[in-house]
Design a protein around this ligand. Structure first.
Ligand SMILES: Cc1cc2nc3c(=O)[nH]c(=O)nc-3n(C[C@H](O)[C@H](O)[C@H](O)COP(=O)(O)O)c2cc1C
Length: 458
């Protein structure tokens, strides 16, 4: 309870204000420490509605778990831990004639002393507290008719199966195409993903999991840091110093030395539209398009392009989305860079969403304001996974590295400034663009702007 009568949820030194509630609602919410039946939130009374609003607020901040327990001995069977702010348990409807199978993206693993069922598709993970449920899940590696399954596996009740289906841990099969293998799960774009690639993408970005992200120094007390420079090997040394001059020997070498990260920008002198156009032309524009002929050595026929930076297989799967906060001659907004037509196309995203993306970048850079232009590098995943198995996602990240260095060098050459950003919220981007997270989404970001003169590298 706060001094102004509102209530807050406090966890360590993190506090979330939840708003004003009646004393009765606050007293009822106190039961959340041990458990409040979801059914008790469904009533029409003012109290039930208030508690429902409070509980939804807690859920949006990731502060709730959902217990399924055995009514006989109150032992937890499964505890659901939401991984995205939108998760709310809603069992999907199932009937005895439905056939279900585990998603090929679902996996069971040990976490500490617990067994967890996770999936990069799911908005929640399921802590499996009863080994009989883990065994029953193993049986779901093959399609099973609900009616038959329930006769044999008492531990699987319909409510749990409905929740697993709602989270896309399970998939329902059509009678006609039901072997549950790759092609039966989701759309064609999902079929293009390898298991490890989708897991890597969702766990190495923000938005679809609830784990700490970024510089947490999680192992600082366990092992000392590795040295900044690798100690030399003990073998024979060939010194190279006599071959180089102290000053950079070429304009390109000079450019490389001058490149640095800048996180704070001069908002009285923003980047101009003309500069932005030149920057995009220099770094990312399509230079030519061509078609490969069908050939046993080079694969099926496909179209290709050439651009200023190298890209695996010439796939050029990376797309640029610009969140513009301060650019002279260009209105605030979200834009897609049409690299073929060398044009910006406005996308109707809400100001709140744009601010959230810019603020996250500001936070990641520990900067004093949003970047003038935030470039979100998104991948059209299928463009590269159509060809490459197993290495598709790693190739995308390598392409991002090539593009980011190209951005740094072009900005330096144009007397502009910028900084790479290591994270992006893939769910926020999906909400802004309406693109599904597994079809096209963020794999890197770059803040572009004009640094303050005389501020030096920062
Ligand atoms: C892949 C990548 C991710 C980065 N992510 C961040 C970031 O999230 N926040 C930040 O302030 N700097 C970020 N940086 C910038 C680095 O901190 C910076 O390049 C490094 O400190 C070296 O400094 P310099 O670029 O000025 O030479 C990133 C750089 C790269 C290449």
């Amino acid at each position: 309870m706060q001094a102004d009568g509102s209530i807050a949820a406090v966890s360590n030194d993190y506090s979330v204000s939840l708003g004003q509630f009646s004393a009765a609602a606050i007293a009822r919410a106190g039961h959340l420490a041990t458990g409040l039946p979801l059914a008790s939130l469904a009533g029409k009374s003012v109290l039930a509605q208030q508690v429902h609003a409070l509980v939804r607020r807690l859920a949006q901040h990731g502060l709730l778990d959902y217990r399924l327990f055995s009514p006989r001995d109150a032992q937890d069977l499964v505890v659901i831990e939401p991984q995205s702010a939108e998760y709310w348990p809603q069992p999907a409807k199932l009937s005895s004639s439905d056939t279900i199978v585990l998603s090929r993206f679902a996996y069971l693993r040990r976490r500490g002393n617990e067994m967890v069922l996770e999936s990069p598709r799911a908005g929640a993970l399921f802590r499996i507290c009863d080994p009989a449920i883990a065994a029953a899940l193993a049986a779901l590696s093959q399609p099973q008719k609900i009616g038959k399954l329930r006769q044999h596996l008492a531990s699987l009740n319909l409510g749990l199966l409905g929740l697993l289906l709602d989270s896309e841990m399970l998939i329902k099969l059509d009678a006609k195409d039901g072997n549950g293998l790759r092609a039966n799960e989701g759309d064609r774009q999902l079929a293009l993903w390898d298991f490890h690639d989708l897991l890597f993408h969702t766990r190495s970005t923000e938005g679809r999991h609830a784990n700490p992200v970024g510089g947490t120094y999680a192992h600082a007390g366990v092992v000392p840091p590795l040295p900044a420079v690798r100690p030399p090997w003990p073998g024979k040394t060939i010194p190279l110093g006599k071959f180089v001059t102290p000053e950079p020997a070429s304009p390109f070498a000079k450019l490389l030395r001058a490149r640095h990260s800048t996180r704070d920008f001069d908002d009285r002198h923003p980047v101009t539209l003309a500069e932005l156009a030149r920057f995009l032309d220099t770094t990312a524009r399509v230079l030519s398009e061509w078609k490969s002929g069908a050939d046993a050595d080079v694969g099926p026929e496909a179209t290709y392009s050439s651009r200023p930076y190298p890209a695996a297989g010439s796939a050029y799967e990376l797309e640029l989305y610009l969140t513009v906060s301060n650019c002279e001659g260009l209105a605030r907004g979200l834009y897609h860079y049409d690299a073929g037509g060398h044009a910006l196309v406005a996308i109707d995203a809400s100001a709140n969403q744009r601010q959230a993306l810019s603020m996250a970048a500001e936070f990641a850079m520990d900067a004093s304001g949003p970047p003038q232009i935030l470039i979100t590098i998104a991948a059209r995943f299928g463009r590269i996974s159509w060809k490459y198995s197993s290495i598709a996602y790693s190739l995308i990240l390598k392409d991002v590295g090539c593009l980011i260095q190209t951005f740094y060098l072009a900005a330096t050459d144009m007397d502009l400034d910028g900084c790479a950003i290591g994270t992006a919220n893939i769910d926020l981007f999906a909400g802004m663009t309406g693109l599904e997270f597994h079809v096209e989404g963020p794999v890197g970001q770059f803040a572009l702007g004009r640094g303050r003169k005389g501020a030096g590298p920062g």
